[in-house]
Design a protein around this ligand. Sequence first.
Ligand SMILES: C[S@@+](CC[C@H](N)C(=O)[O-])C[C@H]1O[C@@H](n2cnc3c(N)ncnc32)[C@H](O)[C@@H]1O
Length: 336
Amino acid sequence: MSVSAYMNTCLHDPRHGYYATRPGLGTDFITAPEISQIFGELLGLWTAHEWQAMDAPPRINLVELGPGRGTLMSDALRASAAVAGFHGAMQLALIEASPALRAAQTDRLSGHSPVFHTELTQIAPGPVIILANEYLDCLPARQFVRRGADWVERVVGMGTDAELAFGLAVDRADDLAASPASNDTLELQPSLDTLVDQLKQRMQTGEPLRALLIDYGPADGAPGDTLRAYKDGTQIHPLAAPGLSDLTVDVDFSRLKQLAEAAGLDVHGPVPQGQFLMSLGIEARLNQLAKAQPGKGDDLYTAAQRLVDPADMGTRFQVICLSSPGLPVPAGFETR
Ligand SMILES: C[S@@+](CC[C@H](N)C(=O)[O-])C[C@H]1O[C@@H](n2cnc3c(N)ncnc32)[C@H](O)[C@@H]1O
């Protein structure tokens, strides 16, 4: 099978898939909202600010793609409750594939009556603000390996020792000769095309749209072979524990940007996560929290520092904003 079919089966097979059966958020891997409450709080204020920048429409779809345990949204909604009129206008919609995580999100967010969907196309018509943190990186990737002038698809099958092994589908050469990649391996997430296409269709209704997407990956240049697996907090071989480990790839932000621009969306970023959170005021919120909980100052600082540290998530993660044309520059993307 292709690497993308392998990823999809391992993550989403209803009986054996990782997210379907044992999503190990917090044990196998950790994400920004699980590290510090400030991450979700700042995104909540960003969301309310962007609603106001749309002239505060009386109805707004607030959508999260892949909400995990609901931590980001719970922190975001606590912070945005301070913005008059926002919660009254908001309809919360969650796009989540995992039944186990849907249950966790229902527990956490029941006070806001979330509606669950599997596709962006199912969201009610009208203005929309979309948030996604570490969602794009689990969308299945195809891999291609350069063989002379051709690109050949990498596949997963049974090796000679009856263990899973990577191979090449020599009969399935794909013509990627026009690809700008200088790498010898190329990863391609077809779902990025689908996502941009769905945003384009919504944009064409004339309703305002803004999507804030945060993930890891290079700001420019195509990723090579970045398929990784995580189990119990450790990186393991991607074929070692199918269905029992999280699988992930770097997001190709330059391709996402190109696709979005070609679709007619306004694109801001990508900017490094550290820069984005600093400009939204992470330091001020950290000081406020540390003052309110003096005994926890060091822990609060260490967690927040991890999100912005240039040697850690501060540069490894990128933030990109895709919008319908005509909206002001989104907060956090102003050029200095
Ligand atoms: C790495 S977790 C990130 C969770 C959360 N956003 C956070 O930052 O903690 C990925 C999330 O995306 C969901 N997910 C992955 N692929 C999906 C798909 N194709 N459709 C809907 N949800 C998906 C997973 O179930 C999970 O909730």
